[in-house]
Ligand binder design. Structure first.
Ligand SMILES: Nc1ncnc2c1ncn2[C@@H]1O[C@H](COP(=O)(O)OP(=O)(O)OP(=O)(O)O)[C@@H](O)[C@H]1O
Ligand SMILES: [Mg+2]
Length: 482
């Protein structure tokens, strides 16, 4: 998984980007659509837009679809215009302002050269579509799959007279659907149907010894079957915008679906943008693919690398009067809490220490919280830069906290005595082991809970280092609360 994410980001490096993804949108500036004035960058081929209801997620996704002409070679493809998504009517006189505009910044075949093109409102008409690059664009909204039993469909009202015609296969569809839904499918295909001159089709699945059409599928199952078909059969290097793909999927399927999006983007060069309320899907993406949207008086602020679930936790803690300390990950959270507990219990009771992902995510999180009027400070790992004036501190020591703690002799003795783990031998056997994996690896060997083992190690480490180790940082945090 980590490798697929890394591979995807490597393919998106400027020098490789055009060859792998074509003229992708790398940035957009939006002004005056449904009150959205925003600037957003796309730093990963798969991007999740998160934020509260009405934040502007769908608005941004829909506008991106309006950034391309359809492929000259495409016969039946759809070309999206602003008017498709923002209808004006007596009920909705102003879905966009008179001077609304969206500027797309595209990758070109020269790594350093980006192309800016603007669609804007001029004299009651939209201009700027003509020079746009070509790309197939697909919108997977909420109606990509509507159960036929809920509408007047051939396969329902003429069920008795149905003739089966040809079948359409989608390469490896059963494999992808099995992986996403966590159940073995023997086959997935689309069956042509006809009644006299009328024709249609039905998705068919075979699993657990049964064969059934979409008319007897679960809703999540049907939606996945149709979505996979679209992603596998649309033109290579398409732009695909999905609305809340977690809809009707169980938690593990949400995670697997996010993995699938990374996989299909890797294989087929799609740029994928999806709106979501699923922290599971957000967290399955590399931080570069996470965008948090927050409505402000002036429009919408976009915070990079942050997921909304963590911000929600931070906002409610902030509203209860706590100062938020943004840290990189769970290990830093445990360590800092333990330092404060030993050194300054009063400060600990006035703060909430919340992990946000990585060294850059914590900076965005701090900005997002401050925008919402919540007091926030940052404590990054010891290998990151400090900026005391802006309340950006770092943990003591010189190395990432896992390396400080697990590298300590007393901690290694504890691991040996209490858990039977020879840490030095473990690392020697796997010299490339990432320090974020240390505790997981120890736990896997000895069936211990991660938090318990980490806390044991952190306590042994702090016992060994004494109060001096925590003093400066704890004092800085206390001063910043004043
Ligand atoms: N004419 C308008 N002027 C200003 N703001 C508008 C206008 N029309 C709609 N809006 C705002 O746009 C919001 C809808 O935006 P959008 O559909 O992009 O949100 P979303 O983030 O996708 O939300 P959800 O999670 O509910 O799908 C509305 O809640 C409203 O606040
Ligand atoms: Mg929406």
């Amino acid at each position: 998984m980590a490798d697929a994410r890394k591979e995807l980001l490597g393919k998106f490096e400027a020098k490789n980007r055009f060859a792998n993804f074509g003229p992708v949108i790398v940035e957009a500036k939006i002004s005056g659509f449904r009150g959205v004035n925003a600037s957003i960058t796309f730093d990963c081929p798969v991007t999740a837009l998160t934020g509260f209801n009405g934040a502007g997620k769908s608005t941004i996704g829909q506008l991106m679809l309006c950034g391309y002409k359809k492929l000259a070679t495409a016969v039946s493809a759809k070309r999206y215009y602003v008017a498709n998504f923002f209808p004006v009517s007596p009920a909705d006189p102003n879905p966009f302002s008179d001077d609304a505009s969206v500027t797309f910044r595209y990758q070109t075949d020269k790594p350093d050269a980006l192309q800016d093109l603007t669609v804007s409102r001029a004299a009651k008409e939209w201009s700027g579509y003509k020079r746009q690059p070509e790309k197939n664009a697909e919108y997977i909204g909420f109606t990509v799959y509507i159960p036929k039993v809920e509408r007047r469909d051939l396969s329902i009202y003429s069920a008795n007279n149905l003739n089966l015609t040809g079948r359409t296969d989608v390469k490896n569809a059963a494999q992808y659907v099995s992986q996403i839904l966590g159940s073995a499918y023997d086959d997935i295909y689309f069956q042509g149907i006809a009644v006299k001159a009328r024709a249609g089709e039905l998705g068919i699945a075979k699993r657990l010894g049964a064969a059934y059409s979409e008319n007897n599928m679960g809703f999540g199952e049907g939606r996945v079957v149709y979505t996979v078909r679209l992603l596998e059969t649309c033109a290579q290097q398409s732009l695909v915008v999905l609305e809340e793909p977690e809809t009707s999927l169980h938690e593990n399927a949400q995670y697997e679906f996010a993995k699938y999006l990374i996989d299909v983007s890797n294989r087929r060069g799609h740029q994928i943008i999806f709106s979501t309320h699923s922290s599971i899907m957000m967290n399955a993406l590399p931080p570069a693919g996470r965008k948090l949207l927050v409505r402000t008086a002036g429009g919408v602020s976009v915070f990079d690398r942050v997921s909304s679930s963590r911000i929600k936790t931070a906002l409610s803690a902030g509203e209860n009067g706590h100062t938020i300390i943004c840290v990189e990950d769970l290990f830093a959270q445990s360590l800092l809490r333990e330092m404060l507990r030993r050194f300054d219990k009063e400060t600990l009771s006035a703060v909430s220490v919340i992990p946000f992902g990585d060294a850059r995510a914590v900076l965005s999180a701090k900005d997002a919280l401050q925008t919402a009027g919540i007091k926030a400070i940052v404590v990054r790992d010891a290998d990151q830069a400090e900026d005391v004036k802006h309340m950006i501190f770092r943990l003591p020591g010189a190395l990432p906290p896992e390396k400080e703690v697990f590298g300590n002799d007393k901690v290694q003795a504890l691991l040996q005595d209490n858990y039977g783990v020879d840490f030095k031998a473990m690392v020697a056997a796997e010299p490339d082991l990432d320090h974020h994996q240390y505790s997981q690896k120890c736990c896997a060997k000895v069936q211990a809970s991660r938090e318990v083992l980490e806390t044991d190690c952190i306590r042994a480490f702090l016992d060994d280092r004494g109060a001096d180790w925590s003093k400066d940082l704890c004092n800085s945090i206390r001063r910043s609360l004043a």
